[in-house]
Write a protein that binds this ligand. Structure first.
Ligand code: RP5
Length: 290
């Protein structure tokens, strides 16, 4: 199980999502905090939607005294402020991104100072022909795996239907909730069908394989706020439970489909990496060589 991605790139990209703000450019060799950069001057940005103080966001830190309101690196009431990676530092009372510089201070679009915890359900089935026979990729000779992919409303980019872990919520609950909301539009499922759908999901989600736990190279990350996730694979081997569901996008998703897994995928944040680990684990096709 992996715990960190390599040098982040999406977390240094500009403009910052949902804005016209450009980050200070951070070259590859200056990402690591240990690389000396005396004049490093990141752009300051916290989105107006976060500044407005919604329930899911922390209050602003404007002095070292303000930071005493937070229990960084600990479970703080119902909020998990621990990192999956390691203990993070808090110079001047403000958390510092453990994966290095991003060219931006503040929280951008993220609500929490420090780690913002998410969960990513990777729901898979084998690609089959009309007769139900597994389809092999002609280049690798390996069976093609498919996963439930959604198109995010915020960026129009394909992704795993993941989401934020609510305060006090168990990750196992987030995984099921996000899958239902984004890939099955469970919020609008008629009551008649709801019970049986929930039953099938509950049965499949009992046996997950943890693919990844750690930092996510998310374009919303800043020097002081970043995404972390637990990605879990739920595999429908026979394609007879969730594998036969018709997908309907809902909530933060504008489209949903079963996507063929291969190295051609271009996905949100670090999601390609999570899908690659899943393909290797399931001995499925990835590219002509593996
Ligand atoms: C990514 O953002 C995570 O891997 C997860 O898929 C997602 C959670 O954020 P929202 O979808 O709730 O915006 O970093």
């Amino acid at each position: 199980m992996a715990t960190t991605t390599g040098v982040h790139t999406k977390a240094r990209s500009s403009p910052y999502p949902g804005s016209t703000v450009n980050r200070t450019t951070v070259p590859d060799d200056k990402v690591d905090w240990s690389a000396e950069w005396k004049d490093y001057s990141p752009v300051e940005y916290t989105a107006p939607s976060v500044k407005a103080g919604p329930v899911w966001a922390d209050v602003d830190i404007t002095s070292e005294n303000d930071s005493k309101k937070f229990k960084f690196n600990l479970i703080d009431g119902k909020v998990n402020r621990k990192s999956h990676c390691s203990k993070y530092t808090t110079p001047g009372g403000i958390p510092r991104n453990p994966n290095g510089r991003t060219g931006m201070n503040g929280r951008g679009l993220l609500g929490k100072w420090g780690p913002n915890h998410a969960a990513d359900p990777i729901v898979t089935r084998w690609k089959r022909d009309k007769k139900g026979k597994q389809i092999l990729d002609p280049t690798s000779g390996k069976p093609v795996l498919q996963f439930v992919s959604i198109m995010r409303k915020d960026s129009g980019v394909w992704a795993i239907p993941g989401g934020m872990v609510d305060a006090g919520e168990r990750v196992s609950v987030t995984l099921k909730r996000e899958f239902g909301e984004e890939a099955l539009n469970s919020i609008d499922i008629p009551d008649k069908e709801r019970k049986s759908t929930e039953k099938e999901i509950a049965a499949l989600f009992k046996h997950g394989y943890e693919v990844y736990r750690g930092y996510v190279d998310d374009p919303r990350n800043t020097d002081n706020a970043w995404m972390e996730t637990i990605a879990v694979n739920f595999h429908d081997e026979k394609g007879k439970s969730v594998g036969k569901f018709n997908l309907t996008a809902g909530d933060d998703a504008q489209d949903a489909h079963w996507a063929d897994i291969s190295s051609d995928l271009s996905l949100y944040a670090s999601h390609e990496e999570f899908i690659h680990i899943t393909a290797v684990h399931r001995k499925a096709h990835w590219d002509a060589k593996s």
